[in-house]
Write a protein that binds this ligand. Sequence first.
Ligand SMILES: Cc1ncc(COP(=O)(O)O)c(C=O)c1O
Length: 349
Amino acid sequence: MKVAFTSDNIAGASDSVWQAMMEASHGDAMPYGNDDTTAEVTTMLSALFECDVDVFLVSTGTAANVLSISAMTPPWGSVLCHTESHLLKDESTAPEFYTGGARFVGIDGAHAKIDPALLKKHVNQKVGDVHSCQPSAVSVSQVTEVGSIYSLEELRTITRVSKEAGLSVHMDGARFANALLSLGCTPAEMTWKAGVDILSFGATKNGTMASEAIVVFNKKLSKELGFRRKRGGHLHSKMRLLSSQMKAYLTDDLWRKNAEHANAMMVLLQAGLVTIPSVKINTLAQANMLFCTLPEGMADHLLAEGFAFYGGRWDEGVIRLVTSFRTPREGVEAFVECARHFAATRFEG
Ligand SMILES: Cc1ncc(COP(=O)(O)O)c(C=O)c1O
């Protein structure tokens, strides 16, 4: 069985999400988020996070990230994020556009996690100097862009360094559920209890069609967001269709079940690949994304056999494999078998 590991957004939406949208589309409802379902989503997210949150639904992860951050920085501010972050590498100039020109500064750190010592240097740089941009916010990705995860202690260290310097903290949780299940903690522990001010609560990669929530814990930052969302073109008039997706995602633990499956498929995939000596695991996958280096010819062989994944964008032989809520177990097994067979005949035979 052939399967694609290109991304977790190659999968469609969960059936109950579609069903909920269909039901929500019957009858009339007040527009622009003044409907019952949108209010219910805020209540559900407040329950999930064990605190009274403000919620702004948008339809892309990029919008969730850049709108969140635009509420944290003036145009003359700088936003500190990892060098490999989606914000820096994959959101075109939306971050500059939405923040009115704030500067996004890449901070290094192993496994795409911000190094707190380097961060410390940056948060205090030229503060008060009118000639320099002023450190204003920090953004962390959880899961990171290479499939690693910040431990709670690591998160707290980042937020402590940020808060000591008066900076707000944003979390890009495009794969929030995958990270949470891997850490085995509560949503509250991985966010506001660890010092996160605003979370991009991703859902599209894990079961919705197009619905992401900006979840605001530090309500001082909420004031602008409503205006900024409208100005940025993300105040959907038929908001209930976004809300119905999010409601279905939060109902009966769909978010949890979907992420559990995706993570379990990655455990299986990684467990198979580590047993092939010529395959090098670059960063141990902690959730549903894995970067590894394949021996010469293996990637082409797997592609020719009908499997799909991204490669050719990084160092020689490096590929990215992502599992989703729909990745079939037999597909994972077939992939590992195909890689093993290739390695055995070419390298280890
Ligand atoms: C780490 C991360 N953040 C945010 C996003 C959201 O991006 P999009 O605007 O494509 O929904 C993605 C999607 O690839 C991602 O991987």
